[in-house]
Ligand binder design. Structure first.
Ligand code: ZN
Length: 318
């Protein structure tokens, strides 16, 4: 049997797994990221956690053929270097060659969203699809595109930042410096902003009362209040789904993936989100619909946090 080590670097925790050819995790371990420490110290923790995961799996060391790392930020997969990551404070961190030397294994570095996309394609919601996009709706919008089992990284390995495709010229400001990005509307942050604006305009609505009772506004709030029949909340949900559909239709018109998997915090809404989203997307996708026509399938991600480490391990197969 052949196994791979997968490492998923997050802002809070680093998760490591030993993964088989089919994308099943057979042993796991994790450690805090402690990103404020020097890069070399973080690397030592990753190596120790990898050894813990191997021990937990019971897989003989000789059966592990390679390791893959998914890191947030801008990465160069050719040189195995994290170019920069503002959240972790990393710059020019040659993590793959350093790990390769310490583990005596080939090590492949990928962007974390791309790795998660590959995980969903190998072992999750898009299993078997010839082309699939994974869009995660969290604090930001993460995205990856896998074609015939390969992550599409573009000419300078920074492709697939679909969150920074403008859907409203001159619209809401985005963290990247532009205005009107998909992320500014379709992220949980965007939905929460729209919800707060609706509450400010209609403080006595059921939506406003729910937010007041819960003491906060989350991505669930408008969906919960809309399901309970509040028209103000329903307008927020409809508006949000409209923006989300707008971005997805741009991607479908341009690239026609077989599957788009929706994940992240808002993705947890499942069919409450997907059922109306599919209608809106079908309505707006370019061309006339005919009976039995092949359409991009919209589904929920199924691997959760495990997608990143499974995908990192699967990227190491190359
Ligand atoms: Zn942007």
């Amino acid at each position: 049997m052949t196994f791979y080590i997968g490492v998923d670097i997050g802002g809070t925790n680093i998760k490591v797994g030993v993964v088989d050819e089919a994308g099943r995790i057979v042993g796991e371990s994790s450690c805090p990221t402690g990103a404020d420490r020097p890069q070399e110290v973080v690397l030592k923790d990753i190596l120790r956690t990898a050894e813990d995961a191997v021990a937990a799996s019971g897989v003989p060391r000789r059966d592990i053929h390679a390791a893959g790392v998914g890191s947030p930020g801008a990465v160069d997969s050719e040189t195995g270097t994290v170019l920069y990551n503002y959240n972790l404070g990393w710059r020019d961190f040659a993590i793959a060659p350093m790990m390769s030397e310490a583990l005596d294994l080939p090590v492949r570095l990928e962007n974390d969203a791309n790795a998660a996309a590959l995980g969903e394609v190998v072992a999750g919601s898009a299993k078997g699809a010839s082309s699939a996009m994974v869009i995660t709706l969290g604090t930001g919008v993460g995205s990856g595109f896998v074609i015939d089992g390969n992550i599409w990284t573009g000419y300078n390995s920074a492709a697939c930042e679909f969150g920074h495709m403008v859907i409203a010229y001159g619209g809401r400001p985005c963290t990247c410096g532009r205005r009107g990005c998909f992320e500014a509307y379709a992220s949980a942050t965007g939905l929460i902003a729209m919800t707060k604006e609706a509450i400010a305009a209609h403080p006595n609505s059921a939506l406003g009362e729910l937010a007041h009772r819960e003491g906060c506004v989350s991505g669930h709030t408008p969906f919960d209040a809309a399901e309970a029949g509040d028209p103000v909340a329903q307008r927020v949900v409809d508006e949000y789904i409209g923006y989300l559909a707008c971005g997805l239709v741009n991607l479908i018109n341009g690239l026609q993936p077989e599957v788009i998997s929706i994940g992240g915090g808002i993705g947890k809404q499942g069919e409450r989100l997907l059922a109306p989203l599919r209608l809106k997307v079908a309505e707006e996708t370019f061309g006339e619909r005919t009976e039995g026509e092949k359409m991009t399938r919209l589904v929920s991600c199924t691997l959760g946090y495990k997608a990143g480490l499974i995908g990192a391990a699967m990227a190491a197969r190359r």
